[in-house]
Ligand binder design. Structure first.
Ligand code: GAP
Length: 460
């Protein structure tokens, strides 16, 4: 029995994540804090795997530098980038119950596509055309004001004395840290154009309607790569990056048919062309990753606002030019949500219902679990500890579990998505073999302890 299409799939995933120590709602003992989630032990391991796999894919390029820029940046960065004036959500207020809504979400509900990146004027125009059909989800009335662009940059203050505190922006995308460091990286002498700069880091957005678990958060991490290239090579590079980024998701074991391309109809202020890789989430097809052709917009703006020459010299032709930029940008948490939705399944094994996360072994937070058959037999426990440490040295995330009967331990590991369980039993003490149980099929086989590491390595 598969429940993949079940409408409450998201609820089941949210509940499993909390129950098994993957992800908790932020500030829960104070009633929660919208748009924030805290990662528990297995969540941290899952996140680390997702980030490592992305970094590995970027490292496979010969001309790729890594960066870790500050979250606090000069205010001017965000003025130059266009975020102060143009980075907003279309907000609308119900005149009757005064609740705030995203105009694009209300339009979506009546089957009209208006993407979040449209200008205030355009959303107002579309909203006016459909105003008569649009009902407030809170009070049911059809009485809305005008659409207002609500800036998404989150702010904080910095300073020595409160009355001198200066308002600063928390970064709204990691990309700007890359642009302002472009010259620093180039000046190290290791790199030339074409050059990619990759960065993983926290981002903050004042989302007016955080929703769908990890899908839309106020604090999240982005994995962004900016590829600097001569304009004449930009379109070829753009197509190559599009191919590469889509192909990348097979490494994460994402099911075929669950990913597709969607071109942006309304381009965000910085883009010349933009495509999204969409995933079919339980709530519909939605953006997973953006692959954008940003032209020379960003470097030109920073050159203008900072007064620093950001052009480069082509040694052969002696031409000075501002490189064009291809961007690939994906959220860590949104990738995790996709991986969870893709992996979650329910079936029956040995007459018992179970929930299972069928993670690809590379993605799985725990690689293997080791059990002594009985916890009160010291010889079994001792041997199981020995096997556990052998595997732990090799695979790091390996757990030892002697709690409850073997069936219960399997169920627990199935929910964590552990691909292999190793049981040390009485036969182990006689011939040094263990039972290796496969998460997906439930199939068990006997494997020599001495060949266990090689056997598992071949699966990852
Ligand atoms: N530098 C380009 C940029 O930031 P974006 O489409 O706003 O573009 C890129 O964001 C990616 O970041 C998205 O495809 C998504 O994976 C993730 N992302 C954006 N907003 C998010 C949010 N509020 N919560 C979680 N992830 C988000």
């Amino acid at each position: 029995m598969s429940t993949k299409q079940s409408p409450d799939l998201m609820d089941k995933i949210v509940s499993l994540c909390k129950r098994r120590g993957f992800i908790y709602p932020g500030s829960l003992i104070y009633g929660g804090f919208a748009g924030t989630y805290d990662f528990g032990h297995y969540g941290v391991a899952l996140k680390r795997n997702i980030i490592d796999m992305w970094m590995q894919a970027m490292r496979e390029h010969d001309s790729m530098a890594f960066l870790d820029a500050s979250i606090f940046m000069a205010r001017k960065v965000w003025e130059a980038s266009g975020h102060v004036s143009g980075f907003s959500d279309p907000l609308i207020i119900c005149n009757s119950c005064h609740t705030k809504h995203r105009a694009d979400h209300l339009l979506e509900a009546v089957g009209v596509s208006a993407d979040e990146k449209m200008t205030e004027e355009n959303v107002n125009k579309i909203f006016d055309e459909h105003r008569r059909k649009i009902v407030c989800p809170t009070c049911g009335k059809k009485d809305f004001g005008r659409v207002k662009a609500k800036n998404l940059l989150a702010t904080s203050t910095l300073g020595v004395f409160e009355d001198e505190d200066e308002e600063v922006y928390l970064r709204g995308e990691t990309a700007q840290g890359i642009y302002v460091n472009f010259k620093n990286v180039l000046d190290t002498g290791f790199y030339s154009i074409p050059l990619g700069i990759a960065q993983v880091g926290k981002v903050f957005r004042n989302e007016i309607s955080p929703r769908q678990f990890l899908f839309r958060l106020r604090e999240f991490e982005q994995m962004e790569m900016q590829y600097f290239v001569h304009s004449k090579d930009a379109l070829t590079a753009y197509e190559a990056w599009k191919r590469e980024r889509m192909a990348y998701y097979s490494r994460l074991g994402i099911k075929t048919g669950k990913l597709r391309w969607k071109q942006h109809e309304n381009l965000v202020f910085y883009a010349k062309d933009a495509w999204d890789i969409q995933y079919e989430f339980p709530f519909g097809w939605n953006e997973l990753e953006g692959v954008h052709y940003r032209g020379d917009y960003d470097l030109t703006q920073h050159q203008k606002f900072s007064g620093t020459d950001l052009s480069v010299l082509d040694e052969k032709t002696r031409e000075r030019y501002i490189p064009h930029i291809i961007e690939t940008s994906v959220g860590v948490e949104r990738t995790i949500l996709m991986v969870l939705c893709d992996a979650y399944d329910e079936d029956e094994m040995n007459g018992e219902k179970r929930a299972v996360l069928r993670f690809h072994p590379r993605v799985a937070p725990v690689k293997a679990a080791v059990f002594p058959l009985l916890k009160n037999k010291s010889k079994l426990v001792e041997k199981a500890r020995e096997v556990f440490w052998t595997l732990k040295k090799e695979f790091d995330m390996v757990v030892f579990d002697d709690n409850g009967n073997i069936g219960k331990r399997y169920r627990r590991q199935d929910e964590i998505g552990t691909p292999f369980c190793v049981t040390v039993d009485f036969e182990t003490l006689e011939n040094d073999t263990v039972t290796l149980r496969d998460r997906d099929s439930g199939k068990q086989e006997r494997v020599k302890v001495s060949s266990l590491v090689e056997f598992l390595k071949a699966k990852f």
